[in-house]
Design a binder for this molecule. Structure first.
Ligand SMILES: [Zn+2]
Length: 336
């Protein structure tokens, strides 16, 4: 178990080699920004790197040894020199109280005499005030310390914080390599389709598979085809869809519509990932400009939905009815 947990994913190897090299040359930065889309394992990477830094023994093959006191404490989640900071469940941001707590803790001498490591997950959700307080830690690091900021939206960080961290950009692996890796996880899934729905992020595809998303995808696809062909009433379908969180079907619709647009742009030839247009029967005839227009609406609806205050039933119907008329409709979400 130790070894497997200490291995980074294949699409992270080059970032790992870069950091292991910096470590060997004693050039490990004090601040790292792990940036990239969800589903690429940035959090796990941060944990493995923290474990590597905390390892007290020689690190065989540039990995934590998995045996020493430092490794044992990390595995048990009780290393006194390691902190993981995230947005509390009852809040939407990481506030000044949490940041001050971390800054004060960073000033303390290391308990085990080695590094002090902090990971801040969703670092773009740190308030401006809290970020300013963390800046001191980045500007004048106390002793051997490492601050890792993890973010899906790195542009949401204060520029002053961003510029003091070394940027590690996590990118999606190539399509074929991702599929090959997914097959080693489970041979029985429709990985091309799931990887497409996951926006190319392998861990996202894996999570979707484990959550049984393929069934939902089939239902959504069949319903949408039925609305397009006129065999199902969009209002009746929306009554079923609205039982799902709106984020689920909105994201699904957005991915599928984007796929339709990309397939159209690539001509009728099959696009690399799969053929999403053909999975939604009838969609192939929809005008491209209308697809773009609808996509803009979807994006606007997702934003409104994230802010809250939209009636789920009305929004579901509003996003499904246009399919009954070939997406020839007037927008309700966009301002002129
Ligand atoms: Zn160790």
């Amino acid at each position: 178990m130790k070894n497997k947990e200490n291995i980074v994913y294949f699409w992270q190897e080059s970032i790992w080699a870069q950091l292991a090299g910096a470590w060997e040359q004693q050039r490990m930065p004090h601040g790292l920004l792990l940036a990239g889309p969800a589903g690429l394992g940035k959090n796990r990477f941060a944990r493995v790197l923290a474990g590597f830094v905390m390892c007290r023994e020689d690190r065989p093959a540039r990995r934590p040894c998995g045996q020493c006191k430092g490794c044992a404490l990390m595995a048990a989640g009780s290393h006194p020199d390691f902190r993981w900071l995230s947005v509390p469940e009852d809040r939407k941001t990481i506030g000044i109280d949490q940041a001050r707590d971390i800054v004060n803790w960073m000033r303390l001498t290391s308990f085990l005499g080695g590094y002090k490591v902090v990971v801040i997950d969703d670092a773009d959700l740190v308030t401006r005030e809290a970020a300013n307080s963390l800046l001191k830690t980045l500007e004048e690091p106390a002793g051997a310390s490492l601050l890792m900021l993890v973010s899906k939206r790195p542009h949401g960080l204060l520029a002053t914080v961003r510029s003091r961290c070394q940027l590690l950009r996590f990118t999606r692996p190539g399509h074929a390599a991702a599929l090959q890796w997914l097959k080693t996880q489970d041979n029985g899934a429709d990985w091309p389709r799931l990887l497409f729905l996951a926006g190319g992020a392998p861990l996202r595809a894996l999570a979707m598979h484990r959550d049984g998303f393929a069934d939902l995808d089939r239902q959504f696809s069949a319903d949408l085809s039925a609305i397009i062909s006129g065999s199902k009433d969009p209002v009746a379908v929306s009554a079923v869809w609205e039982k799902q969180p709106s984020s689920v079907w909105l994201e699904w619709l957005q991915t599928v519509v984007l796929g339709m647009i990309r397939a159209r742009a690539a001509g009728t030839a099959k696009i690399e990932e799969c053929e999403p247009v053909h999975l939604i029967q009838g969609a192939v005839n929809i005008n491209l400009a209308r697809l773009h227009h609808y996509l803009d609406d979807l994006v606007a609806a997702r934003k409104r939905s994230e802010r809250g205050g939209l009636r789920a039933d009305l929004m579901t119907a509003a996003m499904l009815i246009p399919w009954a008329c070939g997406l020839d409709y007037r927008s309700i979400y966009q301002e002129d």
